[in-house]
Design a protein around this ligand. Structure first.
Ligand code: ZN
Length: 284
């Protein structure tokens, strides 16, 4: 039997949000069995400031996964932190944030993996709660699709396709086993296109983006002086986003995820479609 996990101590990390450009400190604390991942906006004290990391709390998925509670309190760009929790098997954790958006740090999940490792991941007593797929559920958006089907373990097959030869068509198959996330996925950085920067800034987004936290592509070139960490860093980052987004199921998934050009919106639609069909899944 697999047990639930939390962290054994408090740890923190600080940085700016990639879209807001605003600084924030993230403080992670141990949480009791059955808590799940609970965000707390510590800078807001005049109303309910807790936001559980659940698909039903997701309010916008443009350029990141953002959540809001019933009191209108939000937390933005949660996916890279959630991916680290999923990748390290952390079920229960308090994530206190003193600003509107999680820090982007180096654009990957690696700093969050290091944060959780500093805090120490420890087993609790209660059995782990796993969402087991019982039948196939699919959502589509033109040529894009995302599907969850019954399978043992948790395997993800992700394909991306970009016109620029800097990316092209990339595919990855990844099975979640202990150690694999940190080794194969966590370090993959977020990416963006130079020609979109101005448009983003006009929308008040991407204000914290720089080559310190984003792989920047212009035409068919990667502009970052250090280049890529791997030729397929792009699809690995897309996989990282999927892992974070799917953790909003409220626990780890047992099933097969397959997707062509997935994004935060499609992943959230997929979880909502799963939960809309009670015969599609069971909590084990
Ligand atoms: Zn991402």
């Amino acid at each position: 039997m697999k047990r639930q996990h939390t962290i054994s101590a408090t740890a923190s990390v600080s940085g700016v949000g990639v879209h807001s450009g605003k600084p924030a400190s993230l403080v992670v604390k141990p949480a009791g069995e059955g808590t799940g991942v609970m965000f707390v906006r510590s800078d807001i004290t005049d109303r309910a400031n807790e936001i559980p990391a659940l698909a039903t709390q997701v309010t916008t998925t443009e350029l990141g996964t953002n959540m809001t509670n019933a009191a209108g309190v939000s937390v933005a760009t949660v996916e890279h932190f959630l991916a680290a929790c999923a990748g390290l098997g952390v079920d229960n954790i308090i994530a206190e944030l003193d600003g509107p958006e999680l820090p982007i740090l180096d654009g990957s999940s690696k700093p969050f993996v290091e944060l959780l490792e500093r805090a120490g991941v420890v087993a609790q007593t209660a059995p782990k709660r796993v969402l087991r797929m019982l039948k196939s559920v699919e959502v589509k958006q033109g040529v894009k699709f995302a599907r969850l089907s019954p399978a043992d373990g948790f395997t993800m097959n992700v394909v991306i396709d970009f016109a620029t030869t800097a990316i092209g068509r990339q595919a990855i198959s990844f099975t979640m086993v202990p150690g694999a996330f940190a080794r194969e996925v966590a370090w993959a950085r977020t990416f963006g296109f130079a020609h979109q920067a101005e448009q983003l800034h006009a929308m008040g987004k991407g204000l914290g983006a720089s080559m310190d936290n984003t792989v920047v592509i212009e035409g068919d070139r990667v502009l970052n002086p250090g280049g890529l960490q791997a030729r397929d860093e792009f699809v690995r980052h897309k996989l990282l986003d999927v892992i974070g987004d799917l953790f909003l199921a409220g626990g780890p998934i047992e099933g097969l995820y397959e997707a062509e050009q997935p994004g935060h919106a499609l992943n959230n639609q997929l979880l909502r479609a799963v939960f809309a069909d009670e015969s599609a899944f069971a909590w084990m």
